[in-house]
Design a protein around this ligand. Sequence first.
Ligand SMILES: Cc1ncc(COP(=O)(O)O)c(C=O)c1O
Length: 381
Amino acid sequence: MKEIYLNWGTLAKTWPEVLQKMQDYENEYEVNPTISLFNTWERVWKVQCEVADFFQARPQDLFFRHNVTVAMNDFLMGVQIPAGDLAMTDLEYGAVANILRLRAERDKRPLHLVQVPVGEELQSADQLIDLILKQLPSSTKLLLVSHVMTGSGLKIPVKELARRTRERGILLAVDGAHGPGATDLKFDELDDVDFYGGNLHKWMRGPKGTGFGWAPKRNHALMRPLMATWTTFETPERFTGFADQEIWCGSMLMSYCLNWSAFYALSDTIKLWQSKGKNKILSELQARRDFVQEQAEKILGFKLLSPRASALQSPLVTFELPKTHVSKNYQIIHELQAQKGVTVSITPLKETFALRFTVHVDLKNEEILEGLNRVRSYFFE
Ligand SMILES: Cc1ncc(COP(=O)(O)O)c(C=O)c1O
């Protein structure tokens, strides 16, 4: 039985061309690891410039991390927040929500949970933003939201939300685990956002262990690195190939012994997106998510949790897990894979669980249909 992968949103399959390059770079690095390491900083900076250019950011406002969880730690634990409260939505990803819980505990600050509805109840971007803002006490100083909600696929209009939070003097930290590659992410339009962490191993299909943080220059002075290393204060001569023009950038660099080949292959990831056409990939993703939603509703008949308003949609399509299967939750992932050769995601959502489908451009409609029919046979036969 051919395996059908319907969970590109947890970890995507890296583009085969990129995987090959990553393996080549890894082997090249090993020929002389000392020289490779010394040459690394200039090369990482070059890659950082390419990634920044793709997302219309200043390279000096980015820093690489292995994933978004680490970048969100840099922000949520490392930023100076004026005296006051913290807030996040009730749809945040558990690991990242825990970072803010830890910060609230460390600072002894109140942490407020903003209720965000799912599915049909959400009709427009304005309604959603008003709903979020009106739940924030006036003492709120920082709000954490995901760009795309892991359990409902809701895409938050971060540009408009950021404009409104900035007006109110609230720092906005965005967990963009599903931002790059699933949305048309352009930082030159997001200047009101205060902190943004992104993953490159999900929708961008870059090497595993690649992600980044971004903060506009006005916020650099608010952050102290969580981890000290060679470039924390000054930039010693052997690191000058890396962004010697701005100290913040150096202070955020992971300047320690490491094989950086995964990050080198981001250069190939970006080139691949450019040659295939970013807009073409994004519109193909949109077409697939529409197909998944339409067919899954027909075939499974579960309650849709993703929004129907197109401005709030992302490539993640989720349904409420039937009550009969809630107690099994994550076990369903293993059973479906073992019994039916289909991989999906089960994600916690408020008091229950969602069944989530995420497909990338490699999948043809026939394969998606076959996958959904196998899911149906798992639940109903
Ligand atoms: C919204 C959200 N935030 C954060 C993460 C964590 O990603 P990572 O484990 O790559 O840091 C995920 C992973 O699925 C996610 O969906």
